[in-house]
Design a protein around this ligand. Structure first.
Ligand code: FMN
Length: 381
């Protein structure tokens, strides 16, 4: 038995994660007019029970104009706080730290989810009130294949900053322990950051300082309402394929970390082309490594992290402090329980809940070779 890095604790401010495995935020397209449903309770609950140290709720929308699809969930109303408090309790009772990702889809809004056919929402889809759903962005430039957005007035930008802060206040009231600001993947904050989507001539466009102003105001505002004892993460596209490079991300991180940001979740892309098409294991790990090395700020790696030893190697190499998994946890929400077995970690089946762990240990004792990684030989069956 060994003590692995994957199953070692990490403390950020006063929050301690029992291991380094994070359930990455994943839109479920199962909200009801912005409200979470039993689906969200079940899905986040099973991810917690599967053993991840930190379970993120999907990109949760800060104001109605920021919805990407009709099934998105939001946190724009105080009446939603008790609904999220229930999810928070369930995640915590099942052994994980509850996290929430906040987002606004910007010009990538008013869409049909890819699994439902993709493309912009139209009258044909029969969604009541769809024509009143206005898509907004820093500039009236469409993302290819998406609706043409309306340019935000300066006063609207200020009120959107307030929406982010109010959403963070609600998230704190609901009890989440980690808050992640989604500033990646071509959504609203990223649209401000990139000169490919932001051609404004006021103090929110043009220079680097101006393009990151929306984000820095959001970070400052959120830090003032989010408990000092709890960490804030930011997800960025470290490179976006349309001009934003690692050097820009390094400069950005040096600017936002002193405002009270604890970890940078290093993703990429989303400004052009299809997403989630990379087919190389750990295709974004080098981005987490570069940001961590150049800034000294903790990072997380995400993207085709599929194998236990691969995840362990990423942490051992010093490229990142956490590993985020998305599609692998759809495939197997119990991936962390399985990973502890495959690595021979001394946590063993205690990664599972106490009752499940008891029976998994019984199962292992009657069938010593019956580990997930070993196929029985003809002699065994
Ligand atoms: C169904 C699905 C929904 C997703 N929703 C979000 C989201 O709400 N916020 C976000 O930042 N990324 C989202 N992503 C991206 C994942 O968090 C992750 O970065 C990406 O899938 C790469 O990790 P993987 O190779 O482990 O899937 C989503 C991915 C999937 C598959």
């Amino acid at each position: 038995m060994t003590h692995t890095k994957l199953f070692s604790e990490l403390s950020l401010r006063d929050v301690t994660l029992k291991n380094r495995i994070v359930a990455s935020p994943m839109w479920q397209y199962k909200g009801d007019n912005g409200h979470p449903t039993d689906w969200h309770l079940m899905n986040l609950g099973r991810l917690a029970d599967g053993g991840a140290g930190l379970v993120f709720q999907e990109g949760t929308i800060v104001s109605p104009s920021g919805r990407g699809t009709v099934g998105d969930i939001g946190i724009w109303d105080d009446a939603m706080i008790p609904e999220y408090a229930r999810i928070v309790s369930l995640i915590r009772e099942n052994g994980a730290v509850p996290g929430i990702q906040l987002m606004h889809a910007g010009r990538k809004g008013r869409m049909i989810s890819a699994a439902d056919g993709g493309g912009p929402l139209t009258a044909e889809h029969g969604v009541e009130g769809w024509e009143d759903w206005e898509v907004v962005a820093p500039s009236a430039l469409a993302h290819p294949g998406y609706p043409l957005p309306r340019e935000l007035a300066r006063s609207e930008i200020l009120s959107l900053v307030d929406d982010w802060i109010a959403a963070a206040r609600r998230a704190a009231a609901a009890g989440y322990d980690v808050l992640e600001i989604h500033a990646a993947h071509g959504y609203l904050i990223h649209e401000f950051m990139s000169s490919a989507s932001n051609i404004r001539t006021d103090d929110y466009g043009g220079s680097f300082d101006n393009r990151i102003r929306f984000l820095t105001e959001i970070v400052e505002g959120i830090r003032s309402v989010w408990p000092a004892s709890k960490p804030i993460f930011i997800r960025i596209s470290v490179v976006d394929g349309v001009g934003w490079e690692i050097e820009d991300s390094v400069e950005l991180v040096k600017r936002v970390a002193p405002l009270g940001v604890d970890l940078i979740d290093c993703s990429s892309g989303g400004m052009t082309g299809a997403v989630l098409t990379a087919s190389t294991y750990g295709y974004q790990v080098h981005l987490a490594e570069a940001v961590r090395r150049e800034t000294g700020v903790p990072t997380s790696a995400v993207g085709l992290i599929a194998h236990a030893q691969q995840a362990e190697n990423i942490l051992q190499s010093g490229a990142a402090d956490l590993v985020f998994l998305a599609r692998e946890l759809i495939y197997n929400p119990n991936w962390p329980i399985d990973a502890a077995q495959k690595l021979g970690d001394d946590n063993g089946f205690s990664v599972a809940n106490r009752r499940a762990g008891y029976f998994l240990n019984r199962r292992a004792s009657v069938m010593p070779h019956f580990l997930p990684s070993t196929f029985p030989s003809p002699d065994d069956v």
